[in-house]
Design a binder for this molecule. Structure first.
Ligand SMILES: [Zn+2]
Length: 108
């Protein structure tokens, strides 16, 4: 595939929460996942952030849309502190640099 979508984990945290399914404490890992669009595997544009929780005990995986209030709150708090990495726009920045280079050095 020439172009497509990829994702990467931007941040992980283990909040002091009880799993809604198996009732175990501190088994939930909260992941902030960043999606980006790529062209020839070069990241071009950010497609936003999403969350996922993962219980190490019962293996339940929840998307942030299905999270209960306390987990959802922890997700939003964690998400606040995660910035979209600049390399998500790597291809776009490279093109801009090339255009500026052309304007300065090639055009009279
Ligand atoms: Zn569980």
């Amino acid at each position: 595939m020439i172009a497509g979508k990829k994702s990467t984990i931007l941040k992980s945290e283990t909040p002091n929460l009880t799993c809604p399914k198996c009732d175990k404490k501190n088994t939930i890992t909260l992941n902030i996942i960043g999606d980006y669009g790529h062209l020839l595997l070069i990241p071009f544009i950010s497609k936003g952030k999403r969350g996922e929780s993962n219980c190490s005990n019962c293996k339940q995986v929840l998307s942030h849309k299905d999270m209960k209030s306390d987990l959802k709150l922890a997700y939003y708090e964690l998400k606040e502190h995660v910035k979209t990495p600049i390399w998500f726009y790597g291809g776009l920045i490279a093109i801009k640099v090339m255009v500026i280079y052309k304007i300065i050095f090639i055009n009279p």
